[in-house]
Design a protein. Structure first.
Length: 286
């Protein structure tokens, strides 16, 4: 059996006013009581599994954020979308720019900017406009500006999702022992999990609808027909999104220690030895 990782309570839990209005309040104790007795007795196993899933989600969410880089190699490795063209030509879409590679090696980066972003040369009735680098930007305004706006929003939401995943991870660790498991932490674990799910879904939706759906089709830069697919960053963030609801489920099915949901519960005087689950089935840290 897994005994969990003991984590001291945050400083606010040593304030009687906080405990009275939050931790020991009826609503918090009701939240803490939700779950199954069998899961309470297997707290260590379940919450450490939740910790592992949350850690994976954190790692998965770091990768898509790296796509804000303008480095050619980084964008190729963490692209949000990939375009396939004939003769091994490829396009890698990042959050600040995209990379066009000819023959799989000769790569050039273009920022999401109407002055430097190449147009879809297959656009009907486009007025020719060649910039200083010799790249046609005549109809760049459409998909370039769309992706610039969408990618900026995607990056901000992806950062928010990553930030919310940190307290989700620490809450999983906090709840892995009966000493650290408290009513407020259970509520926080559920709340941050739901918020994290919403923010990652928003990030995926923003990119898919705002950029991926507007990427140019047809003959691209005279290299042939382009076929778009979602890139590794999008897929990895999607996996992270699927892990977050699982963490919420773990928090829901594991109740807090039975002595912490009683009406007479006082956090400042509570002793682990008074709980019937103390040292049983790996639910305590000792």
């Amino acid at each position: 059996m897994v005994s969990g990782i003991y984590s001291p309570l945050p400083p606010c839990f040593y304030s009687q006013s906080f405990n009275s209005t939050c931790e020991e309040a009826v609503c918090c104790r009701k939240c803490g009581s939700i779950g199954f007795a069998s899961c309470r007795q297997n707290r260590g196993n379940l919450m450490m599994l939740a910790t592992f899933l949350s850690l994976c989600a954190v790692i998965f969410q770091i990768v898509p954020v790296l796509a804000v880089s303008k480095a050619t190699g980084t964008i190729q490795n963490v692209a949000w979308a990939v375009g396939e063209l004939p003769n091994d030509h490829k396009i890698y879409v990042g959050l600040s720019s995209f990379v066009v590679c000819e023959d799989g090696s000769n790569c050039e980066s273009y920022e999401w900017n109407s002055d430097t972003c190449p147009s879809n040369v297959d656009t009907t009735n486009a007025t020719s406009s060649v910039n200083s680098t010799g790249v046609d930007t005549s109809s760049a305004g459409s998909y370039c500006s769309d992706c610039e706006t969408a990618c900026q929003s995607t990056y901000m939401v992806a950062i928010m999702a990553l930030v919310t995943s940190i307290p989700q991870l620490t809450t999983d660790i906090q709840r892995s022992t009966i000493e650290g498991d408290v009513n407020c932490q259970k509520f926080l674990g559920i709340f941050t999990g739901l918020l994290g799910t919403a923010t990652t879904l928003a990030s995926l939706s923003t990119f898919a609808d705002g950029c991926h759906a507007n990427l140019p089709e047809g003959d691209f830069l005279n290299m042939g027909e382009v076929s778009w697919a979602l890139g590794p960053s999008f897929v990895i963030l999607l996996l992270a999104t699927l892990l977050k609801p699982l963490d919420v489920i773990f928090h829901c099915i594991v109740p807090v220690p039975v002595t912490k949901i009683e009406e007479a519960y006082n956090n400042l005087t509570w002793k682990a030895q008074s709980d019937p689950d103390y040292l049983r089935d790996g639910t305590a840290s000792a």
